[in-house]
Design a protein around this ligand. Structure first.
Ligand SMILES: [Fe+2]
Length: 291
């Protein structure tokens, strides 16, 4: 989401852009890269991530060493919530992506980052897609939210509003935080699959942390090249699902057409600001950027 996918369907991919995972072709080194990433992130996330996440890891047997075999993974996921994981060669067009989600199929990249680039990713790999996204698909409420998002995608596409809807995905599915009593916990896949951002999103004084508001989020720009400068905090998965199902998106899109976008660090008078970020990290990165 958010980046331009290739226009042509790659050779060998089916009409819906899926490919055979061909699990047997992964090398021992690739399995070892998964294991190292899994070990590092699962240890780091203890106490930082929403409890549905480790519950999903356990229910889906994701701690088993090696890159998961999608057939076995899908069998367990299907029993839990009726979802499946399917392999795709890379980023897919929006309408294909939405259609898979609406039919409870999660698309995953079919390669793993190199051992030399543990923290660098140009496109989502299996670790991001499976470790980051799939555990929460074993949670019935989150699973319903993802399907609702896919169904909403088709409507947004017909109204020319994908850019706004993609922000909802970005700020929840990829970079969402959730309230847990007085504390905050991680749930976004972009955060939980990133060592650095798992620390930054929760602990660093730099980013804003603002209570989730559907319309506000859909007006807000985001960045794809570095840690987020603003995170939105949902109250619960139940609340997120309810807001998504109970919102009439037609009138919402009409309002959004008449409103200016909000910049990444804007704060509005209506915001429920949980933490006003110093933006010190972002300023440091700007100084480091080439002229
Ligand atoms: Fe993702």
């Amino acid at each position: 989401m958010g980046r331009a996918p290739p226009l042509a369907r790659p050779e060998g991919a089916a009409q819906d852009w899926t490919i055979d995972q061909d699990w047997g072709r992964f090398t021992a080194e690739e399995h070892a890269t998964w294991d190292r990433l899994y070990d590092r992130q699962s240890r780091l996330l203890r106490g930082r991530v929403t409890p549905e996440f480790p519950n999903g890891l356990e229910a889906l047997h994701l701690s088993k060493p090696g890159i998961p075999n999608f057939e076995q993974l899908s069998e367990r996921l299907m029993k839990a919530t009726g979802w499946r994981v399917v392999a795709v060669p890379g980023l897919v067009p929006d309408e294909i992506f939405f259609d898979h989600l609406a039919n409870r199929r999660f698309v995953s990249g079919n390669f793993i980052r190199s051992a030399a680039d543990m923290d660098y990713l140009e496109e989502p790999d299996i670790f991001h897609d499976v470790f980051g996204h799939v555990p929460l698909l074993a949670d019935p409420v989150f699973a319903d939210y993802m399907q609702a998002y896919g169904e909403g995608g088709g409507r947004a596409a017909s109204l020319g509003m994908i850019r706004n809807l993609a922000r909802l995905y970005w700020y929840t599915v990829e970079f969402g935080l959730v309230r847990s009593g007085d504390a905050l916990k991680l749930f976004g896949a972009g955060i939980v699959s990133s060592h650095g951002e798992s620390l930054f999103a929760l602990d660093d004084p730099s980013p804003n942390r603002i209570g989730f508001d559907l319309e506000r989020v859909m007006r807000t720009d985001y960045r794809i090249d570095d840690y987020q400068q603003t995170y939105f905090v949902i109250d619960s998965f139940d609340d997120l699902l309810e807001q998504t199902l109970n919102t009439d998106f037609g009138p919402l899109y009409e309002r959004l057409r008449g409103l200016p976008d909000l910049a990444i660090t804007d704060i509005t008078p209506a915001d429920r600001v949980i933490h006003l970020g110093s933006q010190a990290y972002a300023r440091t990165r700007m100084r480091q950027a080439p002229a």
